[in-house]
Each structure stands twice: as structure tokens, then as C-alpha cells.
Design a protein around this ligand. Structure first.
Ligand code: BGC
Length: 298
């Protein structure tokens, strides 16, 4: 209903991976390109969706959340994606996030989801189940793209690293506004363990850590990332970012600026919608703010 033009879904994940496609064109006035897309954010416990105005990054309807089927097998999850499309009577392009490496629409890993996803043609499955043009991207990459387009990293130049703290740790690396897709920095080793097992917000719960204890672990992780990548800006996302005042001030050793994500819970949905297929690849090619990129710094 709200998808004003569906365009031809591009099926080339490498083009999608290539970055933000600064066009220099006025926002949302690119003829024939949909200004709205449905964004669906698949997480370990919930699958959330809403139509998004791509020019503003705002949800145009209240978001709907359906619990993730357990086990989270591909066909069961695809059925929930179909339900969400039906809920919004959607007929336009759909962007979908998934918490795994996504190459050319195929999910290639499954750290916190059912292992049947490894090697699945997720884009094909969702397109077949919904009958709509679909694109699939990594959840943290989508959240990062939303922050670059409309949130805390808008207009930021240089190296920016968005990290999402949830069940796992997701990462999205940008250089001058260009995404380097599928970085999996939640899985670097910290004290002999997968970093996300020590410093995700699930780890905080599991080990019953105080904010102070957890902030120490997150800081250690950020310092390690800083050593490896020297970013100018860290954007801290995930559900826990809405409580950023409880832990960001406790981290004093990181040189780079550390800011909370601005889109909060909606970053995944908005980023998913920005990844929906348009006539020239993902929608974000036409809807990124002019000036995102090398010439401007935050
Ligand atoms: C996965 C990533 C994902 C992150 C956040 C990690 O366990 O490997 O692909 O982005 O969790 O969901």
C-alpha cells in the first residue's frame, strides 16, 4: 500500500555491499523511486517491522513485534515475515535484517540463531514466501546505515564503528560514510573468549554484572577495537543504548568519541528499509543525506 513504486529488486549483493552510493541528488526527489519501504528486523527473540519514510527515517506506522519462533528455523521465520507484510497490507519493497553474515542474500553464519540458516538463500526464501521484492542484510550493518543516514553518525567522516550490544555484539564499519559489510567484530577474542560472550548485554544479564562491571568489560573491548582500527567515532547501539547514561560515563580510557545510537530500538527497522531493493540496488543509494562522506566530519 505505502510502497509507491517497487522498482526491480537488484539481485547483486556485491553492489549492495559497495556502500552508500552518494548521489548528490535532493533527498526523496529521485523520480520513480519509492519513498517508503517496509523494514523488518529479525532478532533472536523478536521480529519487528514497520513501514519507513526513507527520506526522514521515521516510521509511518506503529511498529509490530512478533516473537521469534523457537527454534528459529528458516521457514518458520519466513512465515513471520509474511505475517508482518500482511499486517501492513504491504505491496512494495521489503528490507530485512538478519543477525549473521549475509552474502548476496545468503545467510552464511548463525551465532545466535538456528544453524539451518547457514548457507540458506534467505533473500529467495523471503521473496517466495511474501511474493514481494526483498533484500537481506546483516542486522548491525543495517543499524549502522540508519545511524549514518539519519542518526548519530550522520555526516560523520573518517572511520566510524557502530557496535550493537544485545544477544551478541554486532559491528558496522564505515570509512567516510562507506560501509565495509559483514565485519564480525563481536567475535574477536578477549581474554581467550569470544568478545560477545564477555561484553554483550546478554553477558551482563547472564553473569549478573553491575553497570560498573559491565562498563569495564565494554571499555576493554572498545580499547581493543581502538587498537586495531583507530576509529574517530564509536556509536553504541542495541537495546542497552537507551540506558547509555549508566555506562558510557564510566568509560574514560577510550580516545575516540563514544556516543549512543540515536535511532535506539528503531535503527534495525529503518536500516532494513534503507536496504530494500530499488532500481539501482538498495534504497540507501537514493536516500542518503547529501554530504555523507569524505568532505564532512562529525
Ligand atoms: C553475529 C553477527 C550479528 C551480531 C548482532 C553476532 O553473533 O555473528 O552477525 O550482527 O551477533 O546480532
Amino acid at each position: 500500500m505505502d510502497g509507491r513504486s517497487t522498482g526491480e529488486g537488484r539481485r547483486d549483493g556485491r553492489r549492495l555491499a559497495a556502500g552508500n552510493g552518494r548521489t548528490g541528488r535532493p533527498l526523496g526527489r529521485f523520480q520513480g523511486v519509492a519513498e517508503h519501504a517496509l523494514g523488518i528486523d529479525i532478532g533472536g527473540s523478536g521480529i519487528k517491522g514497520a513501514p519507513v519514510d526513507l527520506t526522514t527515517g521515521e516510521l509511518t506506522r506503529e511498529r509490530v513485534r512478533i516473537p521469534t519462533p523457537q527454534p528459529s528455523r528458516p521457514h518458520d521465520v519466513a512465515d513471520v515475515v509474511r505475517q508482518l507484510c500482511e499486517e501492513f497490507a504491504w505491496t512494495g519493497p521489503v528490507g530485512i535484517t538478519f543477525p549473521a553474515v549475509v552474502l548476496d542474500g545468503h545467510t552464511m553464519s548463525a551465532a545466535n540463531v538456528d544453524k539451518h540458516w547457514i548457507g540458506t538463500d534467505a533473500r529467495g526464501l523471503f521473496a517466495k514466501t511474501t511474493g514481494l521484492p526483498c533484500e537481506v542484510v546483516n542486522d548491525a550493518d543495517a543499524a549502522g546505515m540508519a545511524e549514518v543516514a539519519h542518526g548519530a553518525a550522520r555526516g560523520a567522516g573518517g572511520v566510524v564503528l557502530l557496535l550493537t550490544f544485545g544477544t551478541g555484539i554486532g559491528s558496522a564499519l564505515f570509512t567516510n560514510g562507506q560501509l565495509v559489510p559483514n565485519t564480525e567484530f563481536g567475535h574477536i577474542e578477549l581474554r581467550g573468549k569470544d568478545a560477545e560472550k564477555r561484553a554483550s548485554s546478554a553477558a551482563k544479564e547472564e553473569h549478573d554484572l553491575s553497570w560498573h562491571e559491565w562498563a569495564g568489560r565494554v571499555e576493554e573491548y572498545l580499547l581493543e577495537m581502538e587498537k586495531l582500527l583507530s576509529p574517530e567515532l564509536f556509536v553504541v547501539g542495541g537495546g542497552v543504548s537507551k540506558k547509555s547514561e549508566k555506562f558510557l560515563p564510566l568509560m574514560t580510557k577510550v580516545r575516540a568519541r563514544v556516543v549512543p545510537a540515536a535511532m535506539r530500538n528503531n535503527a534495525g527497522i529503518v536500516g532494513a528499509a534503507l536496504a530494500a531493493p530499488g532500481p539501482n540496488g538498495p534504497m540507501w543509494r537514493e536516500h542518503l543525506e547529501e554530504g555523507t562522506g569524505p568532505s564532512k566530519s562529525a
